[in-house]
Design a protein around this ligand. Sequence first.
Ligand SMILES: *Cc1c(COP(=O)(O)O)cnc(C)c1O
Length: 400
Amino acid sequence: MKDAAYTLPMKDRFELPPGMIYLDGNSLGPLPKGTSDRLQTMVAQEWGQHLITGWNRDGWMEQPARVGNMIARLIGAPEGSVTMGDTLSVKVYQALSAALKMRPERRVILSDSGNFPSDLYMAQGLIRQLGQGYQLRVVAPEEVGDAMDDTIAVAMITQVDYRTGRMHDMAEITRAAHAAGVVMLWDLAHSAGALPVDLATANCEFAVGCTYKYLNGGPGAPAFIYARSDVAPIMEPALAGWLGHDAPFAFEPDYRPAPGIARMRVGTPPVMQMTALEHALSIWDEVDMNALRAASIALCDLFISEVEARCPGLTLVSPRDGAERGSQVSFAFEHGYAAMQALIDRKVIGDFRAPNIMRFGFTPLYIDEGDVLKAVDVLEQVVRNRLWDNAVYQRKALVT
Ligand SMILES: *Cc1c(COP(=O)(O)O)cnc(C)c1O
């Protein structure tokens, strides 16, 4: 008997290759049904037939705001507070830069050692650009709350750790930040579409995230950026592109920012990518995020207990308590890279994060209890029969 708590009836809304168990939707979501047709129409009709009139006629120019509103509903943000474009790394840079401008007397960016490297790299690059004694302070994830002090201008924290799935308490850390006068920037890369997010309650100044992971927007789908309603009208954009101008088609020689979040737009939006994303986002109107979260925790718990019972040598590195975990489970294994290649060869798709982490994402829109049990069957064979011990599985590819 299938337990209804484990899954949501939406598997048939995705193009999943037969026989594949896809546990990597935390890295690249699968293709939603209908996206190919929608893109075909966009290309053949809108671009092909309407050409430049598509900017008005097909609503291309308004798309970043329209899609931003769809994201806003998912992350507990008001209408008009989110815009789309570029990649997450760029949005991190923009948000960080705007946050630093809000605390000109402070010089420190706070982050934690579990953050995704690109976020840290962008902070380092921004600091090199600014000079003037700016610095990045990186503490252990458990120390973030206590590390808030009045030298810190902005705390840049990713809610869910990409390697371990460890989850920060957004409301609590934001409170600690604000008590020390620190501007709060949340990265929701592994949160949006994975769990309920309530930005309005968290009250952070900024949030950013990507849309090709749990939101199924496709490889290279544009990122999102949110600014609180009192912050958006005063923030200073580091990347002063023409589409963030108050009147792009007035072609004025000097930059004047658009009134709100639109000033975080930079240049021409990627209409094809945005169209695929807009289609993918339509599914979320039908999803109860609390039910999704309950199913995600149930699937992860089941995976953990089965793997621990049947796969010797694998050590859980994710929090055991579902309330402290995002929607992924990671195990450390000495031969993790080769074991993951052996799994992928057997159509169980997860991924590997250096130095030794096997990572599995659980996305209840299209993963159910049966998938989890089958995946563990294959993992058990790989581990018990040392199927990883094969030269072809040792070769490192460009993307792991
Ligand atoms: C996936 C991810 C990124 C990737 O950034 P891109 O610019 O979209 O490649 C950045 N930060 C975090 C926290 C991520 O999880």
